[in-house]
Design a protein around this ligand. Structure first.
Ligand code: BT5
Length: 249
């Protein structure tokens, strides 16, 4: 199984920066459709006027304060979801590495909420959004990391370490390239960064149906296994889940 060009191709990233755009994901999808985008393109914006979250939600950040970037991977491999996991882990590792370098000592820890929200001190510090190019086999993976600003109840990297969005992007790309290519080895790394395992969760399914239990395992294909208090074991795909909430709700 090929893990995809984004992993094999340890050649350089094709890096662009813009002061303002609508959405870096939209820009790369458009360039990919026009056939003009090299593999491993990366676009960073100081400001997005219509930053996207999943399911048509918004991603907010005041101009110049946060890291807003997208990667284009021309061949994302047979399981594009793996790339989301890889970017999520790369963000966690980059923040961790900066904290180690700066000997950050306030004890705030960073990790992943399944499938790939990044949490700092239990609050969301980064979100990842993958979108397939309709015109090419490529995948655009965008990420927003709160560096100097966060909305209420979310976290900022500056609570832990001092860095600029540009420096953080370099650290994320280096961490991405340093991840193990072999899917089985990477799965171990992903699992080690996942805070959700062992947590009580509520799975929100369509039609207002919920399933409560403890997130106990991951299937080899990335689905999360939840065991209810009655002992019922079910696996959920990200596509089935409306919202997953670790905690006691
Ligand atoms: C995500 O969506 O977490 C994916 C966010 C991806 C954003 C990047 S920025 C670069 C690239 N270009 C884009 O246009 N998008 C990508 P989701 O899980 O749906 O989270 C969105 C929800 O998080 C919103 O409904 C808000 O409630 C909340 N939110 C908005 N801005 C936030 C922020 N800066 N920090 C934390 N939460 C935020």
């Amino acid at each position: 199984m090929s893990p995809g060009s984004g992993i094999h191709g340890k050649d350089r990233w094709h890096h662009s920066v813009v002061a303002e755009t609508g959405s870096t994901n939209d820009d790369l999808l458009r360039a990919a459709a026009a056939g003009s985008l090299p593999d491993r393109s990366v676009l960073r914006a100081d400001h997005q006027t219509s930053g996207r979250g999943r399911l048509d939600r918004r991603w907010d950040a005041p101009p110049g304060s946060n890291l807003l970037a997208s990667l284009y991977l021309a061949d994302a491999g047979p399981r594009p979801g793996d790339m989301l996991q890889r970017v999520g882990v790369a963000i966690v590792e980059a923040i961790d590495l900066l904290a180690t370098d700066q000997r950050a000592t306030n004890g705030l820890s960073v990790g992943l909420k399944w499938p790939n929200d990044v949490l700092l001190d239990g609050r969301k510090v980064a979100g990842v959004l993958a979108q397939r190019s309709t015109a090419t086999p490529g995948l655009v993976v965008g990420f927003g990391i709160n560096v100097a600003w966060a909305p209420p109840d979310a976290a900022r990297v500056h609570e832990l370490v001092d860095c600029t969005p540009a420096a953080l992007l370099v650290a994320v790309l280096a961490a991405f390239d340093g991840l193990p290519a072999e899917p089985e080895v990477f799965a171990t790394v992903y699992r080690a960064r996942l805070l959700t395992l062992g947590q009580p969760v509520r799975i929100h399914l369509p039609d207002d149906i919920t399933f409560d239990g403890v997130a106990s395992d991951l299937e080899p294909d990335g689905r999360i296994v939840v065991i209810s208090t009655q002992g019922e074991r079910r696996s959920f795909d990200v596509g089935d889940v409306v919202h997953l909430r670790p905690g006691t709700e």
